[in-house]
Ligand binder design. Sequence first.
Ligand SMILES: CC(C)(COP(=O)(O)OP(=O)(O)OC[C@H]1O[C@@H](n2cnc3c(N)ncnc32)[C@H](O)[C@@H]1OP(=O)(O)O)[C@@H](O)C(=O)NCCC(=O)NCCS
Length: 191
Amino acid sequence: MTSSLISIRHLDSRDFDVISPLIDDWWGGRPVRALLPRLFFEHFQSTSFALMADVNLTGFLVGFRSQTAPSVAYVHFIGVSPETRTRGYGRVLYEHFFKVVTALGCTEVHAITPPVNETSVRFHRRLGFELLAGNGEVSGYPVHLDHGGPGQHRILFSKQIAVSSSLKTNKRSDSLVATTEVHPLPSINAE
Ligand SMILES: CC(C)(COP(=O)(O)OP(=O)(O)OC[C@H]1O[C@@H](n2cnc3c(N)ncnc32)[C@H](O)[C@@H]1OP(=O)(O)O)[C@@H](O)C(=O)NCCC(=O)NCCS
């Protein structure tokens, strides 16, 4: 058996033409394509990645840093081609994202999924995400009812990737002092 050379690069707008036609299939036939328009490939490149096996795009992650809460990063889509699943590629993509957004100052990562996507729930739990407490329950999972519109209930995931820290100047000694703050989340333990 030959092994592939795995590499990660930033997504660019040409990747939209490759990925968009594939994703309904990759999502098991669910019509998700419209949720990932070209704008994500144009305007979120610095925090969005393609995983290449040799020259083949075999996985991707589209994420960004929250404009509203800069300590939060959000993963909008992550997908791995069906024939290369459970080889660790999804984990590699997420771990790369964690590294990049930690360097930007993010301390937590959020994502959502519908309760029907059991694979996503298992995957995110394995990566250490918690399922946040919601206002309803579907299939035993806490959900945020109507989060994506009427009847579109969603599980909200959160993972702490670093303790939030800020550097402030100590005027008297003129030295830099590191301070830390922890913001507890309303969550249940997903393990
Ligand atoms: C979810 C998805 C990205 C996972 O990618 P992957 O490359 O197969 O995942 P990995 O091999 O990196 O697995 C990481 C961990 O999750 C676990 N995992 C992955 N798929 C799993 C499954 N179906 N059931 C149980 N555990 C699973 C692995 O066992 C592994 O655990 P470990 O590292 O502790 O041993 C892939 O299944 C996919 O593309 N699904 C369709 C798209 C989707 O639903 N995306 C998520 C919502 S945006």
